[in-house]
Design a protein around this ligand. Structure first.
Ligand code: SAM
Length: 203
């Protein structure tokens, strides 16, 4: 990554430095591991600070994310939560982790267009973006500050999250630099160029 891109990335973080979390509802350990892992990887790659899992506990999934962090850097943490609606109510009404309310954005095909909503969302408070599972409790619509659609057609939670986060961060939102990365990929038109800090430190 160029020095300019790195500085721009840091500046963007400083401007919108409030913690960004993703909450995945209704995870089923036996049935959803792949799609929920993809949600966690998109969250990490596009700059989330925390990935919250409701539904089944899944240590394999969390270990998978930790292994990606170890190799490619970043510090997104993962946490399993119980009582997701109680958690959400507290987050939006009283305590987003610092004793003040946060902002909850629910991704749903029934919501308002995401590009119209994003400019209205305050950026100075912790935000949680909620993605549903097989069944979405009706209370999510009530507690969320914004019910947001990425098009009003049913599709994928992974696609909805990626498009929302790209729009939230603006142009270049997918270009993330993780300072503690062991492996970094040098973009190339053909082939795979990967730098391994461990090899370089031996030289
Ligand atoms: N059957 C579920 C329900 O009760 O609504 C929805 C299943 S859908 C595959 C899973 C999740 O993908 C949804 O809860 C939502 O978060 C996300 N999703 C799917 N299509 C979307 C869209 N057009 N806009 C925003 N989010 C969407």
């Amino acid at each position: 990554m160029s020095r300019y891109a790195h500085d721009r990335d840091e500046a963007r973080r400083a401007m919108s430095g409030a913690p960004f979390s993703v909450l995945r509802l209704g995870h089923r350990k036996g049935r959803d591991p792949r799609i929920t892992t993809h949600l966690a990887l998109v969250s990490r790659a596009l700059g989330a600070d925390q990935f919250l899992l409701a539904g089944d506990k899944d240590d394999d999934l969390f270990n998978n994310v930790a292994s990606v962090n170890e190799r490619f850097g970043g510090a997104m943490s993962c946490e399993h939560i119980t009582g997701s609606m109680g958690w959400l109510k507290r987050f939006v009404q009283s305590d987003a982790g610092d004793g003040e309310p946060g902002v909850a954005v629910h991704l749903t095909m029934y919501g308002e267009p995401y590009r119209e909503v994003i400019p209205r969302i305050r950026r100075d408070r912790p935000i949680v973006v909620i993605v549903g599972g097989a069944k979405v409790p009706g209370d999510v619509f009530k507690y969320a500050n914004y019910n947001v659609a990425v098009g009003n057609q049913p599709h994928s939670e992974v696609a909805a999250l990626a498009l929302f986060m790209e729009a939230w961060h603006g142009e270049g939102g997918t270009e993330r630099h993780f300072p503690n990365a062991r492996l970094t990929i040098e973009p190339s038109a053909r082939g795979k160029t990967v730098h391994d800090k461990a090899d370089e430190s031996e030289e």
